[in-house]
Design a protein around this ligand. Structure first.
Ligand code: HEC
Length: 214
């Protein structure tokens, strides 16, 4: 009887150990939603199923025919980083945001005049990593997969020198070099927990809506 008890205790200790080890291994895998090979970022896949945060638009026809980042910018954050953002309003080490460029296909629809999304025409990314960018402000690095003609994407991307991208982000972005002021899912979901996920409040958070003219 005693032997049996000892055996059971030993087995469950072993089992707990194995489970703990498994948990550690899988949390390492879940930690980063990107792969760096020989210093280059492999083009992430599946990001359209991450958390969509907003769509700034810089149409060519409002930017002398040549917007720096044409035209709609659909922005996504990886799910683990979203989980931390809605919990405490910070970007964790290992955050990745994707910015997918989409053309303006049409400027009129049955709903009215406007800018409507057409073709995918480019892909940019930013990653926060102490390990990869120990000396860059906020530890953010910037990448582009966009072809010059906006028709193809590269398989991998080298990080840009921080100065060519980050100065602008440092000067004008609302939260830790990220332009959360243009992404309502992030600005209005900051540290809001479950309320960040939609439908939980009866009142809209109108902090970024222009006040009505009197
Ligand atoms: C002239 C200022 C400016 C420069 C230079 C700039 N950005 Fe940005 N970037 C912005 C603004 C403004 C936004 C948010 C609104 C938008 O997308 O238009 C943004 C958003 C982004 C985002 C989405 C996540 C975030 O941080 O808000 C990525 C990714 C990004 N930029 C990549 C780049 C890359 C790569 C470069 C360098 C090649 C670069 N940016 C250079 C102004 C700039």
């Amino acid at each position: 009887m005693i032997n049996k008890k000892i055996l059971i205790t030993m087995c469950s200790a072993l089992f707990t150990g194995a489970t703990l080890q498994l948990a550690t291994i899988s949390s390492v895998h879940a930690a980063e939603a990107f792969i760096i090979t020989n210093g280059e970022l492999e083009r992430p896949t599946g990001y359209r199923e991450w958390i969509y945060v907003g769509t700034p638009v810089t149409p060519n026809d409002m930017n002398s025919g040549k917007a720096a980042f044409p035209e709609h910018h659909n922005v996504y954050i990886d799910p683990e980083s979203w989980a931390q953002w809605k919990k405490d309003g910070t970007f964790r080490d290992g955050t990745i945001l994707m910015k997918e460029l989409v053309s303006v296909s049409s400027k009129a629809a049955v709903s009215g005049a406007g800018y409507f999304q057409g073709e995918y025409i480019g892909l940019e990314a930013t990653i926060k990593s102490k390990k990869l960018f120990p000396n860059d402000a906020g530890n953010w690095g910037y990448y582009s997969f966009s072809g010059k003609d906006h028709k193809t994407l590269s398989k991998t991307a080298k990080p840009f020198p921080a100065a060519s991208c980050n100065a602008c982000h440092a000067a004008a972005a609302a939260d830790d070099f990220v332009f959360t002021q243009y992404y309502p899912v992030l600005s209005q979901g900051k540290a809001k927990g479950i309320k960040a996920t939609g439908g939980h409040d009866s009142e809209l958070n109108n902090s970024y809506i222009e006040p009505k003219a009197k």
